[in-house]
Write a protein that binds this ligand. Sequence first.
Ligand code: SF4
Length: 430
Amino acid sequence: MKKTTSLTFPIAASCPACGLLCDDVILTSAAPVDLKNACAKGITFFEQSFQTGANESPSIAGKPCDLTTAIRKAADILSKSKSALFAGLGTEVQGMRAIMRLAEETNATLDHMHSDSTVRNTLTMQNGGWLTTTLAEVKNRADVILAIGTDIATSHPRFFEKTVWNTESLFNKPTPEVIYLGVPAEKTQASISPNGTKPTVIAADLDKIPEIVNALNALLVNKKLKAETVGSVPVTTLLALVDKLKAAQYLVAVWSASSFKFTHAELTIQSIVQLINQLNETSRAAGLPLNSGDGDSSVNNTSTWLSGYPTRSRYVDGKPEYDTYHFSISQQLKSCDALLWVSTFNPHPPPESEAPTIVIGHPGMRFKYEPDVFIPVGIPGVDHTGLMFRLDSSITLPLKKLRDSQLPKLSDVINHIEAALLSTDKVSLD
Ligand code: SF4
């Protein structure tokens, strides 16, 4: 498993630090990290990834061991398990494919670390469908961007540069107007266009968004509201917003399910979808749900195409089952008899668990309690190649290998655990 490739700078790379997966990033030096075209979030990701002093040795209960021994121990834990939880799942397509095979072999439950957010979108889509768009459509067609409860730029810093202000669109269209609903004015500065055009900001508390979106839906079909304000927003302001939405040639409503931390946020997302549907009766409108990160789009797409379900699923005798409540990490931690935690992009440690714990992940991970097994693996897009879905799930982009590394790939480690489960004689990684 030794990697011997020599790399020469500059290297063109895709950045996996957010769902935009910018593929114009250029690494000109690794020590110190020097990048062209990356935003501050991307730079932080690569600096953290290239940090020296990371833990490259596998361990059992905190004691260093060789990789084969760690894999045998992990296989031993899983072989005794009847209700394993595979959680975190911070990985890319190839890593998830391997995890799915192991889950099928062990009847494990699967949940991604950001599923609390993703499920809000999934429930909406499953309930009545939705009409969403791609980043290319935003670039080529959008004339109004309505950002609901998210400033967009904090989680996806180059969104405006790459799509909204991008003058290389297919059609000669004006720069879209940006309207923020329920976002503090001080967080909207990143959307001021290069020519100085400021966004329209409709201030409101985040937890008032449900009633405001419902009011917009009512006003859109000419219902009268017996109130002067909704969620502290004057109805006259909402009426003016409805006029803008109706006049748009191609409205894109953007939201981030991870910002909607209020109860039954899926109902608010349904209301946004209803707004989009109503606007489509007379013009064109589409949604753009932002992802939460750590490979969530890649993991859920891979899971869906292999089993028919996104995560919060499990295999029972080779058949997949799906339950957004019972198969969550928090519920499964109450009863699982083994935990396999995966986090390869970031050093997110596992949640506390009474069950034997196997951690496969970022070499910089640190623990409050040493897991039974820790296997540091390569960071996708830094130590090895990979594939990731962009946030709009319309394409996958290749991740590059950017340095020589002794760290194994997650998919190789998982495949060897599977082999060890099937035959204790098959494990040899040298
Ligand atoms: S916008 Fe996202 S993908 Fe692009 S460089 Fe920044 S963190 Fe990386």
